[in-house]
Write a new protein. Structure first.
Ligand code: ADE
Length: 218
């Protein structure tokens, strides 16, 4: 509506030449499942490409891809146009992938029925980086993974008492040095608990490393 981005969904089945609009067939070499044939994918892509200013970056969504992360979202957000190719069944014939795909992305170590929901995840994370998509109240900067590689600290808002639980008192006294220190500690604790792998690459001070080691968290 605001003209910030445009999404064009293409149905590969529309590019089948088969009378049943079939786009898949048995794998050469045998094995379970079906493979998407190269020609409908090729025709769908060619049809898209002809309306584009230059050769677009083509991303294939597959569990065999590199795992998606925030830095990749930032890279993709620089592109004027992107094509997300979504596979089904046991995947797509390798020849059309070899010829037209620039990168293969997985959204995590689990199997979806198709790449479409993965493409939606990418579209969401990339479009929120486009200037104007987020309101000023929800800027895309100061959040998990942007903060020296640590997870975010917990947040509180009104009411001050909820179901008998108080907001941590440090947040109420207006001492910003103390507040920042508390938040940093909370970030470290959350990261140690939920994503200890991130601590190995996070930008930690020698004091923070010692503090974590003393609590057996690093
Ligand atoms: N297609 C099926 N599973 C997927 C995953 N985890 N990521 C991206 N595409 C997929």
């Amino acid at each position: 509506e605001a003209g910030l981005l445009e999404i064009n969904a293409v149905k590969i089945r529309d590019y089948s030449t088969n009378k049943h609009m079939k786009v898949d067939d048995y794998p050469y070499g045998g094995g379970a499942g079906l493979v998407m044939q190269p020609e409908p994918v090729y025709r769908a892509y060619k049809d898209l490409e002809k309306d584009m200013k230059k050769k677009p970056r083509v991303v294939y969504l597959t569990p065999q891809g590199t795992t998606f992360h925030q830095e990749m979202a930032k890279e993709l957000a620089k592109e004027e146009e992107l094509v997300f190719l979504c596979g089904h069944y046991e995947g797509i014939d390798q020849r059309v992938l070899d010829k037209y795909i620039d990168m293969e992305i997985s959204i995590g170590d689990y199997i979806l029925t198709g790449g479409e929901t993965a493409a939606m995840v990418l579209i969401d994370s990339v479009s929120r980086l486009i200037p104007g998509v987020l309101g000023s109240a929800e800027s895309a900067g100061d959040e998990s993974f942007s903060q020296a590689g640590l997870l975010e600290y917990p947040q509180y808002t009104r009411p001050r008492v909820f179901e008998g639980m108080e907001v941590p008192s440090v947040l109420l006294n207006g001492d910003h040095k103390k507040i920042n220190q508390w938040r940093r500690e909370q970030s470290l604790l959350t990261t140690a608990r939920n994503r200890p792998d991130l601590l190995l690459t996070a930008a930690l001070t020698p004091e923070e490393k010692l503090w974590l080691q003393q609590q057996d968290l690093l």
